[in-house]
Ligand binder design. Sequence first.
Ligand code: ATP
Ligand code: MG
Length: 282
Amino acid sequence: MSSAEDARPWPARAAPARAGTAPGQPAGSGQPAAPSAPALATEGLVAGYGDVEVIRGVDLQVHAGQLVAVVGPNGAGKSTLLKAILGLARVMGGRVLADGREISGWRLDRLARLGIGYVPQTDDVFDSLRVSENLAMGGYLLGKAQRAERAEQVLAIFPPLRDKLHRYVGTMSGGERKMTAIARALMLAPRVLILDEPTAGLSAELTDAVLTEQVRALADHGHAVLLVEQKARAALRLADTAAVLVQGRVAMSAPAGEVLASPEMAEIFLGGRVPEKGAAQA
Ligand SMILES: Nc1ncnc2c1ncn2[C@@H]1O[C@H](COP(=O)(O)OP(=O)(O)OP(=O)(O)O)[C@@H](O)[C@H]1O
Ligand SMILES: [Mg+2]
């Protein structure tokens, strides 16, 4: 899909090391942050809906240039974790941080200005709008000329969308819709991109293409990428670090290769067991 190196959706910048050692950029124009602060982090995050706790004390770190995968069984709270980071679920305890600055409970538009983009699991596109209109919505913080320029850059990454700019998204295939959703999120050139199951409903071939050519590529070009994936093995093969979420807690957090090779991981996925001890913690 990514036809040319210079057709990428991200502003040119030096690609930091994959190990997550790259310094984070200061958040906005305000307070400078510690150079080593992760682009995105949660500390002891407790969150849920109403009075119900779904996330029960989650620590997570995503540095610039890193792809961090969150995997786990259905209902483990993966989407809720993302929603809590994005101010869409109730934060009951702990903190969400961007470049060391607390952003707990911030609204989506404020997070967007900070350079945090989100592709939700569902309702990630406007079905009743055309592809071009979805892209324009994604670039809502930009002026008209900037929006057009940015749309060109994003379309260079998703050439199949160029022929479909006037199509209503509701008439498109699952893969085309997801491509539109990711393209929409890229319109603001986010520094941090949060993706909830971007490969849902996609074929195995398209899954690999999206994860490798879009998600991994974003991290390789310096973005901090937090990925929730149901297709755990595919995600773990590409991620730098991974957290396995079970019943709202991190059951294992380690380099993705270790999680992939772990017998505990298979057990967690089969049985939903939370290891009491012995699981590596990041
Ligand atoms: N809006 C909501 N109000 C109340 N409870 C909710 C809400 N959304 C999710 N839940 C509950 O929170 C728990 C975790 O759901 P969540 O969607 O975060 O899981 P998940 O790990 O993303 O699952 P999946 O892999 O199926 O997407 C579930 O018990 C779910 O029923
Ligand atoms: Mg989910």
